[in-house]
Design a protein around this ligand. Structure first.
Ligand code: PTJ
Length: 245
C-alpha cells in the first residue's frame, strides 16, 4: 500500500526518501536489513540538522581531490546506495571517470545483477559486477570483487558500509573514502577520509565539486589533501552532537 505524502508534510523529504528504499526493497535491490540501517542513518541525520555541516563539506572537498589524483578510483555501491542515489552516482561516476562497482554484504548473483541493471537503467555507462576476484582477509561476501574494479583500485569510495572491509582495503594498500552518518562507526574511524553526511546530499555535492575542481593543478589538489585531518573532522562531528546537550 502506498501512502499519500502531501508536499506540505513537515517531514516530506525524509518520508519520500523512505519510499525510495521501500520501492528498492520491493524490487529486490534493498535487503530488509537495509531498512533497519537506514533508520540508524536517519537518526544521526536528524541530530545533525539534516544539512551538510562544515566538517562534511571539508571532507567532501578532500575526497574529490583524492579521487581526482587517483589512477584507478572506484565507487562501491550496495543496495541502499543504489536505491537512494543511483542517478547521482551515475553522474559522479562520469565526472570522475570512475566505475561504479556493485559490492554487497547480502550477496546473491541475482541480486548483484538486479542492482547493476538498475544502475544502468538510471544512466550509468560504467558498471562493474563480474565478481571475478577476491580480497583476501575479508570473510564475508564483500570479499567478492571485480578484477578491473575494487581489486585493482588505488582509491575506493564506500557508503553505508558495515564492519571490517575498510580496514582490510587499507591493509591492501588502498585509500578509502567513506560516507557514513555515524562518526562512531568502525568504518568512519578507519577510513582515510570520512564524510559524515547523508549520501543523498554528499553524492550530488561531490559531483559539483568535481566539476569545479577538475581543472585544478595536481599541486593544488595535493595541497588540499596535505592540510586535511580526518581525526579533526570526526572530532568536529562528535562535538556537533555534544553541543546539543
Ligand atoms: O546492500 P547490502 O547487502 O550491502 O547491505 C547494506 C546494509 C546497509 C544492510 C549493510 O551495509 C549494513 O548492515 O550496514 P550497517 O552496519 O547498518 O551500517 C550502515 C551505516 O550507514 C550506519 O553507520 C548508518 O548510520 C549509516 N547510514 C545509514 N543511512 C545512511 C547512512 N550514511 C549516510 N547516508 C545515509 N542515508
Amino acid at each position: 500500500m502506498k501512502p499519500i505524502i502531501p508536499k506540505s508534510h513537515p517531514r516530506y523529504s525524509s518520508l519520500m526518501t523512505r519510499e525510495k528504499l521501500v520501492e528498492g526493497f520491493r524490487r529486490g535491490i534493498v535487503v530488509p536489513e537495509g531498512l533497519i540501517a537506514h533508520g540508524r542513518g536517519e537518526a544521526f541525520d536528524y541530530i545533525f540538522g539534516e544539512r551538510t555541516r562544515e566538517f562534511a563539506a571539508e571532507a567532501e572537498k578532500a575526497a574529490v581531490a583524492l579521487m581526482l589524483l587517483s589512477e584507478r578510483p572506484v565507487i562501491s555501491v550496495n543496495g541502499n546506495a543504489a536505491a537512494l542515489v543511483a542517478e547521482e552516482l551515475s553522474e559522479l561516476s562520469e565526472v570522475l571517470n570512475a566505475p561504479l562497482e556493485v559490492n554487497v554484504f547480502h550477496w546473491s548473483r541475482e541480486r548483484v545483477e538486479k542492482i547493476a541493471e538498475f544502475l544502468m537503467e538510471k544512466g550509468c555507462k560504467n558498471v562493474l559486477f563480474a565478481g571475478d576476484a577476491v580480497i583476501e582477509g575479508i570473510e564475508h561476501f564483500r570479499r567478492i570483487v571485480d578484477r578491473r574494479g575494487i581489486y585493482s583500485a588505488d582509491t575506493v569510495l564506500v557508503m553505508l558500509e558495515d564492519g571490517d572491509r575498510c580496514e582490510i582495503l587499507r591493509k591492501n594498500g588502498k585509500k578509502v573514502i567513506a560516507v557514513d552518518l555515524n562518526p562512531l562507526s568502525r568504518t568512519a574511524k578507519m577510513a582515510d577520509i570520512t564524510i559524515v553526511n547523508n549520501v543523498t546530499r554528499a553524492i550530488p555535492e561531490m559531483t559539483e565539486l568535481a566539476r569545479s575542481m577538475k581543472e585544478k593543478k595536481r599541486e593544488e589538489l595535493e595541497e588540499i589533501l596535505k592540510s586535511y585531518d580526518n581525526k579533526k573532522i570526526l572530532d568536529d562531528a562528535l562535538k556537533a552532537i555534544s553541543d546539543l546537550v
